[in-house]
Design a protein around this ligand. Structure first.
Ligand SMILES: Nc1ncnc2c1ncn2[C@@H]1O[C@H](COP(=O)(O)OP(=O)(O)O)[C@@H](O)[C@H]1O
Ligand SMILES: CC(C)(COP(=O)(O)O)[C@@H](O)C(=O)NCCC(=O)O
Length: 310
């Protein structure tokens, strides 16, 4: 069977960029540095600049198709945002990739409004997870209120002017009651989360519904070897232990009172019992559904890029 992807090594991918747009990433690089973003200058130039250019092609053509199709159907509809899904394991770099894309896309002509939401706000609150016996499965598809997430994405995509989403706090390790983020008519929405590429569930009568991925115009899967991702997870875990976990509101505060060795063992246990199995069972199997797969090496630099051609 023909492969629906074209697989490019970094150098060949970088050569595709249109260099007339070089000014685009100079200002962006400065701004990303200001935000403390760890993405290397080379990755912004050689990986994210061509990706942004490809996204511009998709946006222009999707916009025209929607306009022409609505004219054909005699529909007068509000302009709807272009929705990008960013998927991948815990700690693979989804937030970082999403933030870089947000900054690059914002700098396009016309300065589009680019909003970013993470799906963790749609996790069930801990109380509900406990009731369902899922507290040890945070991040697995069943730990989310999938109906609410689907409604959120459908509303934004339908052009509803103001749509709100709940907020998750990593500090408190739970949904924050009465806090919301509001998405107001963006030109582009980036939806980042572990499970955004999950296909629709099939009910007991064999009927498949719709899934959030049905509303995406472009999807990115951030990929790496599990051993590298686990290292990044543990590095971040130990960094947080030296900083955010010290806060008295932090759920993980007691981890600051144990030895480094015990803390590494605890982080490793979280990986081996929750995030690793979730990667293997639920997240990695959705990789081939993405429009673009960015494969990172041990130093976080992107080594190969696969783009759907069919
Ligand atoms: N390009 C990069 N260079 C260096 N470190 C990175 C890079 N991308 C991500 N990281 C680091 O890896 C860890 C995980 O990244 P993050 O974007 O938070 O992942 P996710 O959102 O998938 O959990 C963080 O500590 C982050 O600073
Ligand atoms: C909050 C997350 C489930 C990620 O959510 P996402 O925004 O990707 O939907 C994950 O980062 C996480 O904290 N997992 C929990 C593992 C644990 O129980 O510690």
């Amino acid at each position: 069977m023909a492969r629906p992807y074209v697989l490019l090594r970094r150098r060949a991918w970088a050569a595709l960029a249109d260099n007339t747009q070089i000014a685009l990433d100079e200002g962006t690089l400065e701004r990303l540095r200001g935000l403390g973003d760890p993405t290397s200058r080379d990755d912004v130039r050689e990986i994210y600049r061509p990706l942004t250019q490809l996204l511009h092609l998709y946006m222009a053509n999707t916009g025209n198709l929607v306009k022409d199709s609505n004219r054909f159907l005699n529909l007068k509809v509000r302009r709807t945002p272009f929705v990008i899904g960013v998927a991948g394991s815990v700690a693979v770099g989804k937030s970082t990739t999403s933030r870089v894309l947000q900054e690059l896309l914002r700098r396009a002509p016309g300065h589009p409004k680019v909003d970013l939401v993470t799906t963790d706000g749609f996790l069930h609150p801990n109380e509900e997870l406990i009731r369902r016996g899922l507290l040890e499965r945070k991040g697995f598809p069943e730990s989310y209120n999938r109906r609410a997430l689907l409604k959120f994405v459908t509303d934004v995509k339908s052009g509803v002017p103001s749509v709100s989403a709940p907020v998750y706090s990593h500090m408190v390790y739970d949904i924050v009651p009465d806090e919301h983020i509001v998405v107001e008519s963006p030109d582009i929405l980036i939806v980042e989360g572990l499970n955004v590429l999950q296909p629709a569930r099939v009910d007991s009568e064999g009927r498949a519904g719709v899934a959030v991925s049905d509303f995406f115009d472009f999807t990115v899967f951030v990929d790496a070897a599990e051993a590298d991702i686990k290292t990044w997870f543990l590095d971040r875990f130990m960094q947080l232990r030296a900083t955010a976990f010290r806060d008295e509101r932090s759920f993980f505060r007691r981890l600051t009172e144990i030895s480094d060795e015990e803390a590494v063992a605890r982080g490793s246990h979280i990986w081996e019992s929750i995030n690793g199995p979730n990667l293997r069972q639920n997240i990695a199997p959705t990789r081939e559904r993405a429009t673009a797969v960015l494969r990172k090496g041990a130093d976080h630099s992107v080594e190969t890029i696969a783009i759907r051609k069919l």
